[in-house]
Design a protein around this ligand. Structure first.
Ligand code: HEM
Length: 435
């Protein structure tokens, strides 16, 4: 459903047809876009048996597998989600913050100095490395190297893979059949990690998500079978890698065009003012959301905004329209982190992570990771301000990415009073990320 997000077209529909409108798109059928916060609230609070989210992700089945939490609905979803929630609670995520900082320091160390480069691929390498270490719990050099090669093709939904997902019959034909081999290589490595975790004598102490999922037991005491663990790992990779990398890339794209905010964010990084860095990330996700829509498929008729909507259609919560509406945010096109300085958000007008029982499982994880990456990058690197026009929002299959990859130029910052000029707080021993 996320691919129904061509921004200029939806902007035009919104202007022409008002706050609720229908888009008819093959092969999906009718999709009703809603933009009124009261309706958003009603959908998020609505009965999960009526508002199916798993069904609206059906296209991903071939990629993430049938037992993925993203694919399930109702009781099955509730049970799986309950099992998967503890590793994503605030305390569990905070236990991973040191690894996130180490990975960032190692990544930043390899950046070219004084010449422009696109930041988004670097953020992709960084967020992949964070997932390898904190979600899959790998620290061994050879195993990390193999996973760095095998996993990105799985998470990179390019045009070929998108076609294969939409038209499953293509699976048997070249070049689409190549994808089966790549998936087999990645699966072999993931099953090896699951086996490794099961046999690990230190499993009880491990803080990573895989270890916690291996230890988890269902309501009736049953552990997750290997096949399901594999599906959940691929889901977490797919849901958490590209999204966080792109959100970070947009944040830096915005910062280098706003010198005063960049200056204040740099001071916040120096002084450990996390509130300001969090406000910068929130404002960036308001103005440049990575996903434009959140979707639910109706299993029964419902009434929204005075319309009776039939079972079978999709309801689309158009966060990309709502978050840029003057009705909710004065001068909505302006990048103003101050809007979020009191730490509060209205979940019906700011929901880059969706909402209700399907709200992004990794929202806290992503928020902590964004804060740490912003802090460590700004402490170490001086980002050159640019007068280049804002990068165009480019639709990349399921995400909205900066048109030129968030191009930046950086210089190493000197630590005040240090003769060597080495960046502050370097973490020795952190391995470089994939290049
Ligand atoms: C800035 C980064 C991220 C953004 C913008 C984002 C956004 C979203 C959105 C919009 C949804 C759908 C919510 C709904 O239907 O109401 C979602 C679901 C999900 N996300 Fe994220 N996400 C991010 C990072 C992550 C990370 C880091 C992880 C895990 C490592 C993750 C794991 C998931 C999972 C498992 C779901 C499915 C939840 C369910 O169906 O119960 N996400 N995310």
């Amino acid at each position: 459903m996320v691919w129904l997000g061509m921004q200029p077209y939806l902007d035009a529909c919104h202007r022409r047809y008002g706050r609720t409108f229908t888009v008819r798109a093959a092969p999906v059928g009718d999709a009703v876009y809603i933009t009124d916060p009261a309706d958003v609230k009603a959908v998020f609070a609505g009965d999960p048996a009526v508002y199916h989210a798993g069904e609206s992700n059906a296209i991903l089945d071939d990629l993430i597998g049938p037992s993925s939490v993203l694919m399930l609905d109702e009781v099955q979803h509730r049970r799986r989600r309950a099992l998967m929630t503890p590793p994503f609670h605030g305390n569990a995520v905070r236990r991973q913050s040191e690894v996130m900082a180490e990975v960032t320091v190692a990544e930043v160390d390899g950046w070219p100095i004084g010449r422009p480069f696109p930041l988004r691929p670097r953020m992709q390498a960084l967020t992949l490395e964070v997932i390898l270490r904190t979600v899959i719990g790998v620290h061994d050099g050879d195993r990390l190297a193999a996973l760095r090669r095998a996993l990105p093709p799985l998470a990179d939904i390019g045009p070929m893979l998108m076609m294969r997902l939409m038209y499953p019959k293509l699976r048997q034909r070249w070049p689409w059949s190549r994808y089966d081999r790549r998936q087999a290589v990645a699966d072999t490595l993931l099953y090896a990690e699951i086996e490794h975790a099961r046999r690990d004598p230190r499993l009880e102490e491990r803080p990573d998500v895989l270890a916690m999922l291996v230890r988890a037991r269902d309501e009736d005491g049953t552990p997750m079978p290997d096949g399901e663990l594999r599906d959940q790992l691929v889901t977490l990779l797919l849901a958490g890698h590209e999204t966080t990398a792109t959100a970070l890339a947009w944040t830096f794209e915005r910062l280098v065009r706003h010198p005063e905010i960049l200056q204040r964010a740099t001071e916040a990084a120096e002084s450990g003012d996390d509130e300001y860095l969090d406000a910068v990330a929130k404002e960036s996700m308001r103005l440049r959301p990575v996903l434009f829509n959140v979707a639910r498929r109706l299993t029964a008729p419902v009434e929204l905004d005075g319309y009776r909507l039939p079972a079978g259609i999709y309801v689309i919560l158009a966060l990309g329209l709502i978050q840029r509406s003057e009705r909710h945010y004065p001068e909505p096109g302006e990048f103003r982190p101050e809007r979020f300085l009191d730490g509060r958000v209205d979940p019906s007008t700011w929901f880059p992570f969706g909402g209700g029982v399907r709200r992004c499982l990794g929202a806290t994880f992503a928020a902590v990771e964004m804060r740490i990456v912003l802090r460590e990058v700004l402490r170490r690197m001086e980002l050159a301000v640019t007068e280049a026009p804002a990068e165009r929002v480019r639709m990349r299959h399921i995400t909205l990415v900066p048109g030129r990859g968030a191009t930046v130029t950086v210089a190493r910052r000197k630590v005040p009073g240090s003769a060597s000029g080495s960046p502050r707080g370097d973490t020795s021993g952190a391995a470089p990320t994939a290049r």
